[in-house]
Write a protein that binds this ligand. Structure first.
Ligand code: BJW
Ligand code: ZN
Length: 254
C-alpha cells in the first residue's frame, strides 16, 4: 500500500516538527458510532438538529433532548476504539510533537491511549448545570437504560437545583475559547496536518485544515469520499480511516 501514498506526504510525516491530527465523526464510524451527515446512516438523516442540538431545543423539550443524548452516551460506553484511534495514539510515539484536535464528543481517542485531546465540541461525558455550569457526574448506565427516542428527565444540579444539560457545543453556541485558540495556534504552527473523517462543513472548526494549508503545512484528508484539494501540498486519501491510517503509519515509519 506504501506506493499509493504521495512521497511529499510520507516525507512530511518522517520529518515533521509538529503534526496536527484533526478528527471528525468518521474516525469513530468503524466503532459503530453514527456520523451526522452520511447518507442513510448519519444521525441528521433520522433526527432534526433544530429539535435536538440547540439551546432552544433543550429549553423547550428537555426530556426529549436529555433522553437522546443519554442514548448516544450509552452507545459510546458500549463501543471500543478502532484501528484508526489506535493508529493516531501510536503516531504520538513516531513524531516529536503531536496535537490532537477532535470535533467528537466521545472519549474513544482517550481510551485508545492518546494523551492530550482538544475537544472543540465538548463531551457527552461532562454534563453541567444550565445555570451555574457546575459539572455533574455521569452514571455508567442511565436509569431506565435509554433506548432510541425514549424521553428522560434531566438530573438537577446539586449546587443550585437547576437542570443539568449535556456538555456538548450546540449550534449557535460559542466553542470553548481556550480549546479553539489552542487548535488555531497548532494549525498555524504545524508543518503537517491530517484531517480525518470530517465533512468540513461546521464552522469555525472547518477552518483548521485551511489555516494549516495557508501556513505552509502539508495537509492530507482521510475519508471514504473524495475531498477537494487546493494545491500540490494537499492530498485526499480515499478510504476508511481504520484501513488508511495503519497503512500510512506503516508506509511512513516501518
Ligand atoms: C469516514 C468514515 C470512515 C464516514 N473513515 N471517514 C451558515 C454558514 C456558516 C456557518 C453557519 C451558518 N449558519 C450557522 C452557522 C454556524 C454553525 C455552522 O457551522 N453551521 C453549518 C452546519 C452551516 N456553527 C455553530 O453554530 C458553532 N458555533 C458558532 O459558530 O458560534 C458562533 C455563533 C454564535 C451564534 C450564532 C452564530 C455563530 C457551533 C457548532 C457546534 C456543532 N455541534 C455539533 C453537535 C455537537 C453535539 C452533538 O454531538 O450532538 O457537532 S453538529 C455536528 O457536526 C457535531 C460534529 O462535531 C460536527 C462536525 O461533523 P463531522 O464530525 O464533520 O461529521 P459529519 O457527519 O458531518 O462527517 C463525517 C465524515 O466522515 C463524512 O465526510 C464521511 O464521509 C466520513 N466518514 N465513515 C473516515 N470509516
Ligand atoms: Zn447549578
Amino acid at each position: 500500500m506504501s506506493a499509493t501514498f504521495p512521497h511529499v506526504l510520507l516525507d512530511a510525516l518522517r520529518t515533521t516538527r509538529h503534526l496536527v491530527v484533526f478528527t471528525g465523526a468518521g474516525v469513530s464510524a468503524e466503532s459503530g458510532i453514527p456520523t451526522f451527515r452520511d447518507a442513510l446512516s448519519g444521525l441528521w438523516e433520522r433526527f432534526d438538529p433544530a429539535q435536538l442540538a440547540t439551546p432552544e431545543a433543550f429549553a423547550e423539550d428537555p426530556t426529549l433532548v436529555w433522553g437522546w443524548y443519554e442514548w448516544r452516551r450509552m452507545k459510546v460506553l458500549a463501543a471500543q476504539p478502532n484501528l484508526a484511534h489506535h493508529a493516531i495514539a501510536e503516531l504520538e510515539t513516531c513524531v516529536p510533537r503531536l496535537t490532537l484536535v477532535t470535533q467528537n464528543v466521545d472519549d474513544l481517542h482517550e481510551r485508545a491511549g492518546s494523551t492530550e485531546v482538544i475537544h472543540l465540541h465538548g463531551s457527552l461525558h461532562q454534563p453541567r448545570c444550565v445555570a451555574c455550569s457546575m459539572p455533574h457526574g455521569t452514571l455508567s448506565s442511565a436509569p431506565g437504560e435509554p433506548e432510541e427516542g425514549r424521553r428522560l428527565e434531566p438530573p438537577r444540579c446539586l449546587h443550585c437545583g437547576e437542570r443539568v444539560r449535556p456538555g456538548v457545543v450546540w449550534f449557535g453556541e460559542m466553542l470553548p475559547e481556550s480549546a479553539l485558540q489552542a487548535a488555531f495556534a497548532a494549525a498555524q504552527d504545524c508543518d503537517c496536518l491530517l484531517s480525518i473523517g470530517t465533512s468540513g462543513v461546521v464552522q469555525p472548526a472547518a477552518m483548521i485544515p485551511q489555516l494549516a494549508a495557508e501556513s505552509g503545512a502539508v495537509v492530507a484528508h482521510v475519508n471514504p469520499q473524495p475531498v477537494s484539494v487546493h494545491g500540490p501540498r494537499e492530498f485526499s486519501l480515499e478510504g476508511p480511516a481504520g484501513v488508511v491510517l495503519p497503512a500510512l503509519l506503516d508506509a511512513a515509519f516501518q
